[in-house]
Design a protein around this ligand. Structure first.
Ligand code: MG
Length: 465
């Protein structure tokens, strides 16, 4: 089938601007293909798929299209309604479903929406599963159900509550002590799906909530990605309310960013670093993150005497590596914390609970804790690139920059651990660009590293021979 050129198809799903590349017809096609894919795996048994959505205004429309399409290929649907992405994946596991579809464009602006596909493992499809699922796009018609085999739809109204109970049961949380401490938390859910879970969680933890953006109506009043530059209102709310901490989720509630008690957004990298610090106080084991995440986590792992493993960028890659190495905790520097005790997916609710437990146990303010760590600076840049292999360019770069650590799992990552700096280059999966991300002890040093990388890439290569 011919797909619109602007539709962004990746391992985790399919994304587009509403009314442009993303229409009910496209959503139905992908949902039917996914239904056929999970049905084939289920054999003679009738497959079941959980569906949920974030709060975007286009969500109900796309959910209806996806449900009809799933029914049309004989799949039973469990509709979990408006729910954060981690809640949806927790429901897949609870129902022992054959898969899940989450209608969410995550942190993308309001005009976007997307489908994300999860397997029976309640994890997102990986690089082997996703292309296999997409082969069904062309054969959907062969899988349509006759009148007597159309899928049935049931509603699950308990998904959020069940996920909430799982988070409250997580190891290391001292619920009674947290309740007594009565943290004051400024919370910004950006009118996203996090608003149906995070306030409930904080209430259960005895927090006093000063909320902004808690109506899950999908009308984001600002850019929804919880990066520091977008959290001005939350910073002000923390200062004016005298909160102990500020918390911001992205629209589908899998990422959490923090504002310190002084009213400063401390950067998303701190969320995983602090959650890991808490977990490693109680448990020893490897930590996993992706190749583009801050060194901050290396400092936390080193202090606890545990190894840090890095995986290719993409949540599923981190989750798979966590399985392989038996990780104590893992996640991404974008505020995505994964605690395998609950599930192998990023979860803002568990991140929030772990950070509050850390404040409780250390008895220190968030700003005091943050000040213990070196102030790293990350610089992000991009270069246009031609189609084709980057291997030759990466080989030249590796030779010219002569780094002690070279990682080729996902593009090229060069690291100088003694100097506490690294640079990571990878081709974008959706645009003809090469992304460069560098980190060092100061902004000037990080910029210098990006410039050195650009210069080494641009300099004419020596004649092949
Ligand atoms: Mg998200």
């Amino acid at each position: 089938m011919e797909l619109p050129r602007e539709l962004m198809v990746s391992v985790s799903g399919v994304r587009g601007r509403v009314a442009e590349a993303l229409t009910p017809e496209i959503v139905a096609r992908f949902a039917a293909a996914f239904g056929a894919y999970v049905s084939t795996a289920a054999g003679n048994r009738r497959a079941r798929v959980v569906i949920a959505r974030d709060s975007r205004t286009s969500g109900p429309m796309f959910v209806r299209a996806a449900i009809s399409a799933l029914q049309s290929v004989g799949v039973d649907v469990i509709d979990a309604g408006l729910a954060p992405t981690p809640t949806a994946l927790y429901a897949v596991r609870h129902h022992q479903a054959d898969g899940g579809i989450v209608v969410t464009a995550s942190h993308n602006p309001v005009e976007w929406n997307a489908l994300k596909f999860a397997s029976a493992e309640s994890m997102f499809l990986d690089a082997e599963q996703a292309p296999r699922m997409r082969t069904f796009l062309d054969t959907v018609e062969q899988h349509r159900a006759t009148w007597d085999r159309i899928g049935e739809v049931t509603t699950d109204t308990g998904a959020v509550e069940r996920h909430l109970r799982a988070v409250l049961d997580a190891p290391f949380l001292d619920i009674n002590a947290l309740r007594k401490r009565r943290f004051r938390v400024a919370l910004d859910c950006v009118h996203g799906a996090g608003a149906v879970l995070l306030p409930r969680l904080l209430e259960e933890l005895g927090c006093e909530i000063v909320g902004i953006g808690l109506e899950p109506d999908g009308r984001f009043p600002r850019e929804p990605e919880p990066v520091a530059a977008n959290l001005g209102d939350l910073e002000r709310t923390v200062r004016e309310s005298g909160a102990d901490i500020g918390m911001a989720t992205d629209p589908d509630g899998d990422r959490l960013a923090l504002v310190s008690n002084t009213g400063r957004a401390i950067g998303e990298d701190f969320t995983l670093a602090l959650a890991a610090r808490l977990v490693l106080r109680h448990r020893s084991g490897p930590v996993v993150t992706n190749l583009s995440t801050s060194r901050l986590l290396e400092d936390v792992a080193a202090q606890a005497g545990v190894p840090l493993h890095r995986a290719p960028v993409g949540e599923i890659n981190v989750a798979r590596k966590m399985q392989q190495v038996g990780a104590a905790i893992g996640g991404e520097g974008n505020g995505g914390v994964i605690l395998g005790d609950i599930h192998l997916t990023r979860d803002a609710a568990i991140a929030a609970a772990l950070v509050l437990q850390l404040l409780l146990e250390t008895g220190r303010s968030l700003q005091e804790i943050v000040d213990e760590y070196p102030a790293y600076a990350i610089v992000k840049d991009k270069l246009p690139r031609d189609a084709g292999s980057l291997d030759a360019a990466f080989a030249v770069l590796t030779e010219r920059l002569n780094a002690p650590e070279v990682d080729r799992q996902d593009g090229l990552r060069l690291a100088w651990p003694a100097e506490k700096r690294w640079v990571h280059l990878r081709a974008s999966g959706t645009e003809p660009i090469l992304r460069i991300i560098a980190e060092a002890g100061s902004l000037a040093e990080a910029r210098e590293l990006v410039e050195a990388t650009r210069a080494a890439l641009a300099a004419p290569a020596r004649a092949a021979g």
